[in-house]
Design a protein around this ligand. Structure first.
Ligand code: PAF
Length: 285
């Protein structure tokens, strides 16, 4: 697996692949890889002839007081995990490479998609994400890009950006990969103390109950939400909810009732200092 460190080399590689007629899938990550990331890489391998993965902890998507400095980083470990995955290139730009002196451009998706859920509690976060993702897209010019369903709001925002800017990139969303007890895999899970880790698994258990209630025919979004919130109150007393919402799958707006298009149950919560997110689709299977 060859590593690329500069934008120039990355552009040269992808230009060459394009000229040879190869499709190229891009998997952006912030490293400290886990099975969730690896499943996205495997999906990328299935859909494209060339796969580029990036590892870059993007400073602009972390707010003041968030965990940019302590975000887990372990390149050796990531390289070992990726070695098995037969990717074509690993893009490892430095912060100076991506944000050189004088860099002044931001890409901000306005409106309802960014005004809700994580957009409310993490001001500026999605602007940091879309700015870096568009920059990666214009360097790599992939045929497709793969994101994780755990960051459902992020995926919807990226799809909006791709549509609004007429980018010729197909966005794929890979399913959430979970620990055996249901906790969604996340690089941030390592921050949890054993006690909080035990409570964190209740996030998914609560979503499971919401889904069961939906499958049993409940369509009142308030009732569905209360099922999840009450469960967490009882079984995860140290969990501080940021939001628990039943939202439209496309617009992400909170619903009163779940209609024929289904919905997504989305949760974000603090376990100590650690903010975790998770979601489950409420659709008829
Ligand atoms: O989902 C992430 O890990 C990040 O937001 C991304 C897409 C790699 C951009 O920094």
């Amino acid at each position: 697996m060859e590593k690329i460190f500069t934008i120039e080399d990355m552009e040269r590689y992808s230009r060459r692949q394009r000229s040879l007629g190869y499709s190229l899938a891009f998997v952006p990550t912030m490293g400290y890889l886990h099975e969730g990331h690896l499943s996205l890489v495997r999906l990328a391998r299935q859909i494209a002839e060339r796969v580029v993965v990036s590892i870059f902890v993007n400073p602009t998507q972390f707010g003041p007081g968030e965990d940019y400095n302590r975000y887990p980083r372990d390149l050796e470990r990531d390289l070992n995990l990726l070695r098995e995955e037969k990717i074509n290139r690993l893009f490892l730009p430095s912060t100076e490479e991506m944000y050189p002196e004088g860099h002044a451009t931001e890409v901000r998706i306005t409106g309802p998609l960014t005004d809700v859920l994580c957009g409310l509690s993490r001001s500026g976060h999605f602007t940091g994400v879309t700015s870096i993702v568009l920059k990666f897209f214009s360097i790599i010019r992939p045929t497709m890009a793969v994101f994780g369903q755990k960051d459902y709001q992020q995926s919807q925002i990226i799809k909006r950006m791709v549509q609004d800017l007429h980018l010729d990139i197909k966005i794929f969303t890979g399913p959430i990969v979970r620990e055996p007890d249901g906790l969604a895999m996340s690089s941030r899970n390592r921050y949890l103390t054993p006690g909080l880790r035990r409570q964190a698994r209740e996030l998914y258990a609560s979503l499971g109950l919401v889904k069961k209630k939906y499958d049993d025919g409940e369509r009142d979004a308030m009732v569905l939400r209360e099922v999840g919130v009450n469960y967490l109150r009882q079984l995860a007393p140290d969990c501080l909810l940021d939001y628990y919402e039943i939202v439209d799958r496309e617009t992400l707006q909170p619903l009163d009732r779940v209609g024929a298009n289904g919905a997504v149950a989305m949760v974000a919560a603090y376990f100590g200092e650690t903010r975790l997110i998770d979601n489950v689709m409420l659709i008829l299977e």
